[in-house]
Design a binder for this molecule. Structure first.
Ligand code: BGC
Length: 913
């Protein structure tokens, strides 16, 4: 009888697992990491998919991809473009299309079938991608605009009035398909028949337009019924007509706004027609946007609106014929990174009257974007909106730290009904807004804060029992998003907003845990590559809108670090292949120019930029942009980068290079120790950054390690009373170095400090993002942004990899190393990360003697767990011991941790500590 129940139980279990597996499916189909992209120039796009299941231990054994020229063919399982056949491979990320050559504008439909160790899965739902215009000659229009000033322009201030361009046309037949291709420099808005096309703002992404131009594509089929139509395009300055024109030797400017556009229509009878830019378009600069630029704001006079100008039948007799203009010079490329969009709306928390028709709005949060306003009043009434990050003691805006950025919008009322307005071609970094001249009494409902950043999913969540850690995480989220502007900028408020490389060597790696920024950083790497000079030099700012070719190691070195980050987090080998020659050229260039006879790299520009003054008082009123070049810092970083190059060369099959880089690295290590190691057991001047770099990069001799570690601890605990003392260079490595040393407790202490200098100190002093300076509240305002991400350093990496324990062992989370640090008074951490392979979760709760841990591992991945437990016997999963259970491959026990390998699925562990 007993036997019987057992076998029924077994059958039941089997059925259960088969039914569960039937729910398993392949989805999240991505082509070049996008879902159904509608324009791509990549000739061999990479296809990725996730296996979506709660089933445990699911591993892909093989796959088959079908790519067809029509949905019908795909439905009939006919891969007329590519049939990969059954491939015995666990690869589910970046499978390169290897079918027929794809033509411009061709649409491809695809699906995948996956074979797993738990059974075969049905075909996935179909997905698609569309090729862009692959050849220069596919662009049949001309560049149009006006390569000159108009009386409405303010050349001195670098503020042009927007250019308006229009064209009418007729569709005489039924439209089957209509695609609009646009390159609107610097920024454009496209309208068809009175309605804007797309929800992007500040498009396209900025580039060095002499090298590369991003074009945007829209499917506008639904817009074109038979009959008369009109196209309207507004052009703003963007980065094309630079915000400052006075120093052309420093600030790169590209000329006057211009447009190349084509609307490609296919009719149902198979015939085609292209409406393109030529001199039949009409244009004017005498419209409602009377001035615009990114730093200073936008002026809008609603009395000058052209009612119906983007509709057919508008009288444009007074407009000028548009002119053929110089093409910008760069190659044309479909924009694969997402557009900037209005990602969130905020309401003012308070409105404070300041007398004389002045009000201060407080949005309670520092962010970047603008304000949308509702207003009703007499025609000609002028409302002025000024933006700032903070207030002075008297409650007025504090704008000194914006330097000469005016950050001011002006709106002149049309008069009559309620008017609603928001700017198009500017953005501000702000928390507070001063409203001047508003007719009547403004209410909160009249203003909306529009938070603008590159549309990307938030992929990470982190909460813990420590509310300060959570607040810092939240501030980081706002700060990072605020500084995504088609490229990573340093800050969104002052007259700078430049893509400085040195702000993000590791910071960007931390950002990947919060945002799905892969295509964003792929785009930036390309910006950096294109900014390389013929001799190999890489600038500190790329695109080099500001020309800073200072031949420095730390800032340009970020180029290699971003490539490494993308490879590690997403497994993208193509990134390394594409950038390897440029990276190699740069690293060799630096050695030939700046290595002295003893093998030390002598050149550095910034040193440990923005390190904290010894006390908050010592930093009061102090100007922070002092440079302290350091050969130690450049040589240590050079050593790190040589090792990266050695690794890259192996990955891209350049074995000779690998040996050469390894040899150079070893030479550097010897030279470094000879020059900088002090027999008393420290490096250089015994600064925290100096010792951290030497230890973390592996420069230090084995026998000297322990002494060096004690110096580091002494520096933090004794000399700095439990505080950090690093600038932007040291902070990139600090938290992980301490943790690797076995002092996660000290890292935790730094992360939870609320006294100066610390992230907590910023929070305590009202920060809602991350400051540029540790002493941001007392330093001189000349270089003092309250929304800069660089000082995050490796903090977010530490949150996710070390507190939550979510770390990729090799690349793209195929093997996940989960070793959460149970530190300080933390009683729980609950984090998730939606990796390229799927969702990873780690939620641990610690009580006096127990530890509970829920983890989720995506299909086709495995994890090595380092479970805190007094012994193996005390570990249970879902109430059952893991010992002698074949699902758990126990690899060993050491120092209060048991190491266990598991496959995909959800698990609930309980242990005794
Ligand atoms: C920027 C920094 C940048 C630095 C380098 C500053 O003005 O805001 O983030 O890295 O200059 O000089």
């Amino acid at each position: 009888m007993k036997e019987m129940t057992k076998s029924i139980g077994l059958i039941f279990l089997l059925c259960l697992s088969l039914t569960t597996f039937a729910q398993t499916r392949v989805d999240a189909l991505r082509c070049e990491l996008l879902h159904n992209p509608i324009s791509m120039d990549v000739l061999h796009p990479r296809l990725s998919w996730n296996i979506n299941t709660d089933e445990r231990n699911v591993v892909q054994l093989a796959y088959q991809v079908l790519v067809a020229s029509s949905l019908e063919k795909l439905d009939q399982n006919e891969g007329d473009l590519w049939d990969s056949g059954r491939q015995e491979s666990s690869n589910s990320i970046h499978v390169s299309y290897a079918g027929k050559t794809l033509r411009s504008r061709q649409k491809a439909f695809w699906k995948v079938r996956v074979y797993t160790n738990k059974g075969d899965l049905p075909w996935s739902a179909p997905a698609s991608w569309t090729m862009g215009l692959l050849h220069y000659k596919d662009w049949t229009g001309r560049w149009i605009g006006f390569d000159r000033y108009f009386p409405t322009d303010n050349a001195e201030e670098g503020r042009l009035s927007a250019r308006y361009l229009r064209k009418e046309f007729k569709t005489e037949k039924k439209v089957k398909k209509a695609m609009a291709y646009i390159m609107g420099m610097g920024l454009y808005e496209l309208y068809i028949d009175g309605k804007k096309v797309g929800d992007q703002v500040l498009a396209p992404s900025p580039t060095d337009y002499t090298k590369n131009i991003k074009y945007n594509v829209f499917d506008v089929t639904d817009r074109l019924t038979e009959g008369d139509h009109a196209l309207g395009v507004i052009l703003g300055n963007g980065r094309f007509y630079a915000m400052r024109q006075a120093k052309p030797y420093k600030v790169k400017t590209f000329g006057f706004p211009k447009l190349q556009f084509q609307l490609m229509i296919t009719y149902t009878d198979g015939s085609t027609e292209t409406i393109k830019t030529d001199n039949s378009w009409k244009g004017t600069a005498n419209g409602p946007i009377t001035a615009n630029n990114e730093y200073d704001g936008e002026d809008y006079d609603a009395r000058k609106e052209f009612v119906g100008w983007t509709n057919a039948g508008f009288d444009d007799a007074e407009w000028l014929p548009s002119e053929y203009v110089q093409e910008p010079g760069g190659t044309y490329e479909a924009q694969l990174n997402g557009h900037m969009k209005v990602m969130r709306d905020l309401v003012p928390v308070t409105i404070t009257p300041k007398g004389n028709d002045r009000y201060i709005l407080d949005f309670g949060q520092n962010f970047s974007g603008w304000v949308k306003m509702k207003v009703k009043g007499e025609s000609g009434t002028k409302v002025m909106l000024r933006f700032a990050e903070s207030l002075s003691d008297n409650g007025d805006l504090f704008v000194t730290n914006l330097r000469d950025a005016k950050a001011t919008d002006h709106y002149t009322l049309r008069g009559g009904e309620v008017e609603e307005w928001e700017p198009r071609f500017t953005y501000h970094g702000f928390r507070y807004v001063e409203v001047n001249g508003y007719p009547g009494t403004p209410t909160k409902a009249d203003f909306v804060g529009r938070f603008v950043y590159d549309a990307m999913e938030t992929v990470g969540t982190f909460t813990s029992s420590n509310t300060l850690l959570n607040q810092i995480h939240q501030n980081a989220w706002w700060g990072i998003a605020s500084n995504y502007k088609g490229m990573p900028v340093d800050c969104p408020q002052r007259n700078e907003r430049q893509p400085w490389l040195g702000d993000r060597p590791v910071t960007a790696y931390g950002e990947t845990f919060l945002f799905d920024n892969t295509n964003f950083y792929i785009k930036w790497l390309e910006d950096i590559r294109l900014s390389q000079k013929e001799d190999g030099a890489i600038p500190d700012v790329a695109p080099a809108f500001w020309r800073y070719y200072s031949d420095n190691i730390t800032w340009p070195g970020t180029y290699l670090m971003i490539a490494d980050m993308l490879y590690r987090q997403t497994g993208d080998i193509r990134v390394l292949q594409q950038h390897y020659p440029a990276m190699k050229k740069w690293i060799n260039y630096m050695a030939t120019r700046y290595m002295d006879t003893e093998g030390i790299i002598t050149k550095d520009s910034y040193g440990d930029w923005c390190f904290p003054p010894v006390s908050i008082e010592a930093g009061r009123g102090q100007i922070a942009d002092k440079k302290y070049p350091s050969a130690l810092i450049s040589s240590a970083n050079y050593y790190y980068l040589l090792n990266l190059m050695a690794r890259f060369s192996a990955l891209v099959d350049q074995d000779d290079d690998k040996l050469a880089f390894e040899k150079s690295a070893e030479d550097m290590r010897m030279a470094f120790n000879k020059r900088f190691y002090n027999a008393e057991g420290f490096y250089g001047d015994n600064k925290l950054t100096e010792n951290i770099l030497a230890l973390q990069f592996g420069l230090v001799e084995e026998e000297n390690k322990t002494r060096l570690q004690s110096q580091i601890v002494h520096n933090i605990e004794v000399e700095n009373n439990g505080h950090l003392s690093t600038g932007v260079v040291g902070i990139q490595w600090l938290m992980r170095t301490l943790t690797d040393m076995g002092r996660a407790d000290l890292a935790y202490k730094l992360a939870t400090n609320t006294t100066y200098p610390s992230w907590g100190y910023m929070v305590e002093n009202g920060a809602t993002t991350i400051w540029e300076l540790w002493n941001g509240n007392t330093a001189h305002p000349k270089m003092n942004s309250q929304n800069h991400v660089m000082m995050l350093g490796d903090l977010l990496v530490w949150y996710y990899e070390h507190l939550a324990g979510i770390k990729s062992a090799d690349k793209a989370f195929q093997t996940i190393v989960m070793k959460p640090e149970i530190v300080g008074d933390l009683t729980f951490v609950n984090a998730s990360y939606n990796s390229s392979r799927g969702l990873i979760e780690s939620h641990w709760v610690k009580s006096k003697s127990n530890f509970e841990w829920q983890v989720r591992i995506p299909a086709n991945a495995k994890a090595i767990l380092h479970i805190p437990a007094k012994d193996l016997q005390s570990i249970t999963e879902n109430g059952k011991r893991i010992q002698n259970n074949s699902m758990f491959n126990v690899l060993g026990s050491e120092n209060g941790r048991t190491t266990v390998e598991i496959g995909s699925g959800q698990y609930q562990f309980k242990t005794k500590l």
